[in-house]
Design a protein around this ligand. Sequence first.
Ligand SMILES: C[S@@+](CC[C@H](N)C(=O)[O-])C[C@H]1O[C@@H](n2cnc3c(N)ncnc32)[C@H](O)[C@@H]1O
Length: 282
Amino acid sequence: MGTQGTQSHLQARPDEDVLAAFEAAKGFMPADEGLALYAAAVGAAALGLPLLEVGTYCGRSTVLLAAAARDAGTVAVTVDHHRGSEEQQPGWEYHDPETVDPETGRMDTLPAFRRTLFAAGLEEHVVAVVGRSPRVAALWGRPLGLVFVDGGHTDEHANADYEGWTPHLAPGGLLVIHDVFPDPADGGRAPYRIYRRALDSGGFTEISATRSLRVLRRATAEERTATGTERAAAGAQGTAAGTEGTATGAQEAATGTEGTAAGTERTAAGAQGAAAGAGRHG
Ligand SMILES: C[S@@+](CC[C@H](N)C(=O)[O-])C[C@H]1O[C@@H](n2cnc3c(N)ncnc32)[C@H](O)[C@@H]1O
């Protein structure tokens, strides 16, 4: 798979209806980052594979993925437990009292999400999965054209999203990460750390940066072979990885050489995650 699909649409703009639905939805994404997300989604959708989002909230960013998926004849999949992140809970900076279900007393953003999609006329182009991201990722078995990480912003959640979903990203597919802040003065750094993990793995190249929204393109098997660096690193780290990575590699090998490469990287991600975990608790 070449670069054409994922790099030639970086200027794409949503039509006015889609933009209006995005702007009307509750959420945290400013317009310029939304436009960059949409452009990435259009490029990735050309691969003909599903576009995956972690962190639906009330559907603001989902609208953009759904429009790109619709126009390419594919689908957007969005994952959220709909109970809100840490910083969205009562008493925290990003809490919105309107998101609390009066019956349970807990946050529930699913109704607002459904209203957003309905108003946008995009229900048919989205599969919404209600659940915890790592649990859903563990069940997932298909290649993805785009992975957009905008879920929990702790290291635990960001690393789990990275480790759970990037192995499913097709070669030439796009990894988009929101809230990447190189300077700690600008915000929490867990998204920045997984952005660094991706770049440092040698398996990704950055293709756009719009404020805190970063778009990385996954290398193809040919590019990996040409550089050789990622495979060498993955081989060395893979020896130390446990059975989970091996099982995933075997499962993805069934999809061909691309799957094998994804499995290898998963192994490396597992090893790195274990090292990071040891650092946190050590
Ligand atoms: C920053 S908001 C997403 C914003 C949305 N993408 C937008 O543009 O409006 C983060 C969302 O991630 C969800 N979330 C946090 N941790 C999660 C996890 N482990 N699994 C699934 N969803 C999670 C929260 O419930 C919350 O709705």
